[in-house]
Each structure stands twice: as C-alpha cells, then as structure tokens.
Design a protein around this ligand. Structure first.
Ligand code: ZN
Length: 431
C-alpha cells in the first residue's frame, strides 16, 4: 500500500470532515424540511394595503418560515397548509411604536414635586425591577397589536437590552424591540438641578452625559458595546444643549456602525436644526417646529415622531404644518406614566386620537402606525407592510380601519413572525 505523505493525510482528514459536515447538514435539512416548508395561510374578509391606501377583499396571506410569501385576493391554498380563518376580520400590518420606554414608569401623584418622578425612579427602582416592568409592558403592548417598538432610553442601565434579548429568546411575549441603551445627553441628563455629588451618582444610572467631541464618540462606542440597535440623544434639556460638533461626532460614529439616531429636541427650531444638520434620522417631539424646518426635514428624509397628547392646539398646528411640508410622520407614544385604568398597550394605542384631532386622514394615520416607522426603524422590506418578504407581523380588527380608524384600538388577533401571540376571546377563530 502506498503510504501517503503527511500533507496528503491532512487533505484526506479534511475531506472526510467535510463529507461528514455536509452529510449532517443534509440530514438536518431533511429532518427540518417538513416543518420549515409548511405554509400557514390566513384568510380574512379584507387586508389593508397600507402603501396604496386600499382594501383588498377576500384576503389570503401565505406565510413561510415567519415571513410573508404572498398576499392578495382569493389566492389558492397550498396543499397541507395550516389555515387560520378570520373570515369576518380585516388584516393590518402589526402596529409599530417608534418612541416608547417599556422599562420606564412614572406615578402621577409624584408630579406634585417638580422633578420627583425621575429621582424616585432612578434612586429607588433597581435595574432588575425596571426589566420586569418592561416584561409586563411588553406583554400588554403585543396584546394591543404592537409587534415592533423602538425603545428610546430611560431603562436604567440596559434593562431594555435584557428585555429585548428575553423576547428574542422566546422567554416572554413581546414586540420586536429596537433598543437604544442609555440616552446620550448634555450634563445633567433630563434631571432638574441637584447637589453635584447626587447628580454625578444618579444621572449615570439613566443617561450618558457628555461634554466634548471625544466623550461624544466614546458614548456611542459604549452604546454599541452594550448592544444598542439605535442611538438616542437628548439634544436639549432646559438650558443645556449639545453643540454642533458633539452632534456631528455622535451621528458620524452611529452611522459608521449602521445605527440610526433619534434626536429628542424641543424649544423651538434651534435644537432640531442642529440635529438635522448633523444628519439625525428622526426628530422626537419637535412640538413647535416651523414650516421652514419641516420642509428641510422632508427634503433630507428626516422623520418626525410627534409624541403628542390630545387637546393641545400647538401640537395640532405643528402636525398640519408637517403634513403640508410632506414630512414623513412615524407614530411614537412616548408613554411612560402608570395609568390606573388601562394597561400600557391600551394607553399607547389611544394616542392616535391626537392625530385624528390634528386632521390626519385614516390612511395617513395607518401609514404613520405601520409603514413609516417600519422604514425608519428597520429599513425597507422588513416590518410595517403586508408584502412579500416582510416579517409575518399581522393583526386583525373587527372593522375596516380605512373607514373606521377607531378599530385599531380593539385588536382581536396578533401574529408575530408567523406565530399567533394573542386571540381575543370573542374572536371567531378557526385553524
Ligand atoms: Zn421619550
């Protein structure tokens, strides 16, 4: 027998290893094939084509491996498919909240002392409890139809990351979370004035304070290390404001790492203008933005995340100016108060009423609730539409929301990534 050289033996060993690996992959693929390639089909009275603002009747959606394969009217049912029959319901993409704080909860009664809520929350409630508050809120959010959220800070030190990861591992139900970790802020974060030693201790449990370009870059790098999916900045708070060089550095570092930047900006046009100039992806709040700034946002593709309450005239006027300027509006609840009567999901979904009040029509509201925040948060082709290739994040309503927008406050069925998460007891639902 011809004795092979050492290098030939090594080649032989690698070849055998390669064959083994391929064989094990093939057998795994065969084992998994029936489940992986099994279609789930949802039939419904209609589905809302949010992109084009139209109803598709006799709707059928084919779902494979957690994603939408086809969606349309009267499609055939693939052989062997699991069929979910919602024949008297209307389907919408899962709702998206582009600005929430799942691990953050204030109590109304503490408001009597200005600034008390944030001090009590930060000093008294530990990170583990913050994460558990998030568990409850995540469950309530998905049961109200929210399949994706962007969580923008105020989670203590990275409770948002723990929550996101627990949901991703299927330990607990909840929306897909895009988490920011601690917000990057001027000195003091969003706290009122405190003794210096207390400030130094408390603020860092909630914000990363920066002063100067190097600290700005470092804060983004820390967020990346901590697992952030996006960056949240507090452009201004009271008299404190990040400067242009700091903002430029933050956005540059974030975009290098493919992270989008959400900019909290209030107090007229100034802070927003600096943030837009730096290249942020969304302005959060922007309560009184002028038409000139809104036109600039439209031209540069910067989204407005309004976070409005009902009954405030200046918010309504700002929405009207934003619509006239063609700014893309992404829904953001900014919900973080404990409500004695309603859970976090119920309170969040009710904030659409401020959009109705400001004169947005039903399709504009539906686009702000699904398609627009989907693109802002996750980029094109992932979440926020019922089209081929999108995650099968699907909710069902009793009424057509194109004509009855209030129907979104009563979600009766929720699917996330092809898995049924919630079915209202009254829903006539047969598999
Ligand atoms: Zn907020």
């Amino acid at each position: 027998m011809k004795r092979s050289t050492p290098s030939a033996q090594i080649v032989c060993i690698f070849f055998n290893l390669f064959v083994c690996i391929i064989a094990s992959h093939v057998s795994n693929a065969q084992d998994l094939a029936p489940e992986q390639n099994k279609f789930t089909v949802i039939k419904a009275k209609g589905l809302i084509d949010v992109r084009n603002g139209r109803l598709i009747e006799q709707a059928v959606i084919h779902i494979l491996n957690g994603k939408i394969e086809r969606a349309g009217s009267n499609l055939e049912i693939p052989v062997g498919a699991t069929v979910i029959n919602l024949s008297d319901k209307y389907l919408l993409p899962g709702l998206i909240d582009a600005h929430t704080h799942l691990c953050h909860e204030y109590q109304y009664e503490l408001e009597k002392v200005p600034g008390a809520n944030i001090v009590v929350e930060t000093a008294v409630i530990d990170n583990a409890t913050r994460a558990l508050i998030g568990v409850r809120n995540a469950r309530d959010m998905i049961n109200s139809g929210y399949t994706t959220v962007r969580d923008l800070g105020n989670s203590g030190v990275n409770a948002d990351i723990a929550l996101r990861d627990a949901i991703n591992k299927n330990w607990i139900p909840g929306p897909r979370v895009f988490a920011s970790t601690r917000a990057i802020s001027p000195i003091g974060g969003q706290f009122t004035r405190m003794p210096d030693d207390v400030r130094r201790e408390l603020v860092q449990r909630e914000y990363v304070e920066i002063s100067g370009v190097e600290e700005a870059r470092r804060a983004v790098k820390e967020a990346i290390y901590d697992g952030a999916d996006c960056i949240k900045i507090i452009v201004n708070n009271d008299r404190m404001c990040l400067n242009q060089e700091e903002l430029n550095a933050i956005v540059e570092e974030a975009h290098k790492a493919n992270l989008k930047v959400a900019a909290h900006a209030t107090n007229g046009d100034g802070p927003s203008l600096m943030a837009i100039k730096a290249g942020v992806n969304s302005i959060e709040h922007g309560y009184t933005l002028s038409s000139d700034v809104l036109k600039l946002m439209a031209a540069q593709g910067v989204y407005l995340v309004p976070t409005d309450r009902t009954g405030v005239e200046r918010y309504q006027q700002r929405i009207k100016r934003a619509l006239a300027a063609n700014v893309k509006i992404a829904f953001g609840s900014d919900m973080y108060f404990l409500d004695a009567q309603r859970n976090r999901g119920q309170v969040t979904v009710s904030t659409y009423r401020s959009y109705i009040e400001a004169g947005m029509n039903n399709i504009q509201i539906l686009q702000s609730a699904t398609m627009n925040p989907g693109i802002l948060i996750a980029g094109e082709g992932k979440v926020g539409l019922l089209e081929k290739g999108y995650f099968a994040d699907i909710i069902a309503l009793d009424k057509n929301p194109l004509t009855n927008i209030e129907a979104i406050e009563n979600v009766v069925f929720v699917m996330k990534e092809g898995k049924v998460i919630f079915v209202d007891r009254s829903t006539n639902y047969s598999k």
